[in-house]
Design a protein around this ligand. Structure first.
Ligand code: PLP
Length: 400
């Protein structure tokens, strides 16, 4: 009989993937479902980026590359860090992986041992605690209240740090809340970190370009340069460049950490796709104008979604500064009865009710470590969003 490895008992499958599966199953069964689960832009990859991949194939860039990335891409990343973040990373302080997800996985696998603690503010991206657990570490979850915009306070960070703390993971703008730290808020956190020199910072900046009303995302090592020797600055092309399927993520960090991450990668996936790497060079070096156009469209959708949720009795939606998610509270509907007499006891009951009766796919807050909330991704066509919001409104009105 097949027996799974012990380490698997420490993790659960990604709830967003599970929810996507449920949405897909209902669609396959002939139901009309509007899925707002996926964390990917609905815009296509720009043509110049696609062309760079086609050129790479034609040129014969179809072989293994250096494990940690092609020289051309590392050069483009180094220039990006300098230009956009004021950070100087030499090519041997940079790694390219198969998505930002693999960057984070490599980093945790390369650095976390049994008993090590990793501070993770909640609500969090679903994979952080699971990756920490796979690495035999202990996730230390810090619940970040909606009335503080789902952001961790310096006092909370300070209180979460122990002698066993290895990392704190920051993600600004955040998936799932869209919360983003201002320069002053980030400085208050980095001031705490300065006082705890054994703690490293993993900053997931993958949504940095997607901010609204002129909000500027900041990265910890820029705000507090003395942290550079213990910071991994992670980013990728998936979200800003509409390249989720190309699977390119990258990070800058201290050489010994990058070397250890490369060692893990050398025995798992080797290098990221040579063709995708060529496309990512064009993404980073080529025209950037389309990002502002996408941001303007996301901002309009955000405003529409927040207003619609706040007009529904029982829901309350905080207006986020970035990413393409909202994370409304459904506290006002917990305890309500559905038309068939079932009681909504949890945020999972609520999203299942919406899936089954309104045909709208969302993810429950518990999946991100905070209840009773749910996440909607507005990386979807305006028409689809409007229809979904209408359906959610009438489904909520049917609760008593
Ligand atoms: N970090 C966050 C916060 C995310 O939301 C995602 C994707 O959903 C990733 C990292 C990973 O992105 P990718 O592996 O596509 O680069």
């Amino acid at each position: 009989m097949f027996q799974v490895a012990e380490r698997l008992s420490r993790i659960k499958p990604s709830p967003t993937v599970v929810l996507s599966g449920k949405v897909a199953a209902r669609v396959a069964a002939g139901h009309d479902v509007l899925g707002l689960v996926a964390g990917e832009p609905d815009f296509d990859t720009p043509d110049n980026i696609k062309q760079a991949a086609i050129d790479a194939i034609r040129r014969g860039d179809t072989k293994y590359t250096a494990i940690d990335g092609t020289p051309a891409l590392k050069q483009a990343i180094s220039a990006k860090f300098e230009r956009e973040n004021g950070l100087s990373y030499a090519p041997d302080e940079i790694i390219v992986s198969t998505g930002g997800k693999q960057v984070i996985f490599n980093a945790l696998m390369a650095s976390v041992s049994a008993g090590d603690e990793v501070v993770i503010p909640a609500p969090y991206w679903v994979s952080y605690p699971e990756m920490v657990a796979l690495a035999e570490g202990t996730p230390v979850i810090v619940p970040c209240a909606a009335d503080n915009g789902f952001k961790m306070t310096p006092e909370q960070l300070d209180a979460a740090i122990t002698p066993r703390t290895r990392w704190v993971i920051l993600n600004s703008p955040s998936n799932p809340s869209g919360a983003a730290y201002s320069a002053d808020e980030m400085k208050a956190l980095t001031d705490v970190l300065v006082r705890h020199p054994h703690v490293w910072v993993l900053t997931d900046d993958i949504y940095e370009h997607l901010t609204y009303e002129g909000f500027k995302a900041v990265t910890p090592a820029r705000i507090e340069p003395s942290l550079i020797d213990r910071t991994l600055t992670m980013n990728g092309v998936s979200k800003s460049y509409c390249m989720t399927g190309w699977r390119i993520g990258y990070a800058g960090g201290p050489k010994p950490l990058i070397k250890a991450m490369s060692a893990i990668q050398s025995h798992s996936t080797t290098n990221a796709s040579s063709i995708s790497q060529a496309a990512a060079v064009e993404a980073l070096n080529g025209p950037q104008g389309f990002i502002a156009e996408h941001v303007a469209r996301f901002e309009r959708r955000r405003d529409m979604v927040v207003a619609a949720f706040n007009a529904i009795d029982g829901l309350a939606c905080h207006k986020p500064d970035g990413a393409f998610y909202v994370f409304p509270s459904c506290a006002g509907l917990i305890g309500a009865a559905t038309p068939s007499g079932e009681i909504i006891r949890t945020d999972e009951d609520f999203v299942l009710y919406l899936l089954e009766t309104a045909g709208v796919g969302l993810v429950h807050g518990a999946a991100f470590g905070m209840s009773p909330y749910f996440r909607l991704s507005y990386a979807a066509a305006d028409e689809k969003l409007m229809q979904a919001l209408e359906r959610i409104g009438s489904a909520c009105a049917r609760l008593s």
